[in-house]
Every structure is written in C-alpha cells, then in structure tokens.
Design a protein around this ligand. Sequence first.
Ligand SMILES: [Zn+2]
Length: 284
Amino acid sequence: MNPTSQRKPPEFKVVPMRQLGATLPVGIFTNGRYERSFGVRPFRLREEKAIGELRSRGRGLNTGRLVAEVLSKMCTHIGPYNFEEMKESERLLRISQMYLMDVLYVYVYLRVNALGDELPLMITCPNCRHTFKITTHLNDLDIRVLADQSLSDIGFEYELRDGIVIQEQTHNVLTIGFMPWHAMDVPELEGSNGLNPAMRDAAMLKAGIQAIDGEPVTVLDRDLDELTLYDKTGLMDAMSESMFGPVLFVQNQCPKCTLDTLQPIDWSYDSFFKRSSQSKTQNA
Ligand SMILES: [Zn+2]
C-alpha cells in the first residue's frame, strides 16, 4: 500500500475563541455550503432550573445527552435550524446529527456566555504530585476551523501497522469519517464513565471508523478488541490531531518541579457550570 495514495485529513486554521464567536468551527452542510452561525439565550435562573430539573430526573443521564439537552434549551438557532419553531425531540435529533466538535464548541461558548471566560482548575503534577490551582481563560482557547469551506467530506484514511482481523481476514486501511454528536450519547458513557478515557476512546473509534479497506462497516467492540496497543494509540492520535473544534487542553508549569504539562480541561457539566468559590463570596 502506497501511503501517498491515502486521503489526508483536511486542513484547519487555528482561531482563538474570542475571534470566532457565535460561529461553528465546521458547520452544517446544507445546499452546497456550510451554515455556521448560531444564537444563544441568556443563561438565567429559569434555564438553570430547567437543566437542574432534567438532571434530577435523569438518573444515568450520560454526558452526551446532557450536553445535547443544554444546547436544546439554550440555543435560538444553530445553522439552518430555527430552534424556536422546533419541538424538543426535533432539536435533540438535529443536535445528535451535528459534528461532535461543533456541539462541544457551542457548549463551551454557552459556558462563557453564562459565567464568563475564567475557569479555575485544580492541577495535579504527574511528576511530583504537587496540587495547585490555575485559572484558564476560555476565550483564549485555540479553535480549529475547517480551512476549505467547500469540502463536504471531512474524512481521511489511516493505515494500521499490525492490522485488524475481521472474519479471519487482516485489514489495514481504515476510513475515518465525520463524527456525529451521538457518538457521545451511548450507555457506555453514563455517569462517571463519561470521563473515562478508555471508554471514550472506544466510543470515538466505533463512531469514527466508517470503512475498512474501502468497504463500509459498522465496527463492533470485539473488532476493536483486536487492535494492538500500537495501532490503537496511533489511530487515536491521528483522530485527535485531525479533529476540528476547541482544543480542550491547558498548558502549564508545575510551580514546584517546573515540569511543563498539557492537561485536559474537565468540561463535565458540574465542573464547567459551577461558579468558583471566589465569585460566590463576591456575590454574597
Ligand atoms: Zn511537579
């Protein structure tokens, strides 16, 4: 297999969140173009209550469903969809079909709109275990925006070193396609599993792999179990490097041992939509 014949991931340009504003990083492809604008409501006590109520009755509400519900309640329109004229079920369906990182971008935007862009984070140094607090500014987040707006297909091909065995046949070239939000709305990601990296990796792989050696497939858990660690790691890296949308990592230096690290930002609802204790004191 000649690697140069493979389809490469599409290019992106990096734009800070403050500059991108209420515009989707990719968008919803409609009538030959991407519709990228969205509108949000102010996050008032009414909205907070509605989301609180949803969470109290939604035992086992997974991360994917909760984020979709937040968007459904908080957005006035997304791309071509006028949410004010749609039923709740219709809005949730449209969100579930959107590009995964577009949904996550709207969610981050809603957080900035509701509580401002300062996000306090507790960091534990992986080297010396020292725990310290930093404040990150979400408006400074890098957002990867699709560079070529005429490209309707944002998929690419990836060649495995060891291959994947399906029905006694070894296959090597995977087609990684458009990843919809409903990849996050699966039972495996319920509760605390929503933030378990291994569970998320499996959900991402199942949603992302769309063809094997050119044949469209639905990948099963038992197929993924066959991937070697080398191939799985390489594939996950290729998928995250090619992903559009917010880069939810923060760079920092440990004040004790000076190690530079890149830490993932916890965007779960409880961590994200909670005011810092400092601002609570100020409001009291
Ligand atoms: Zn340290």
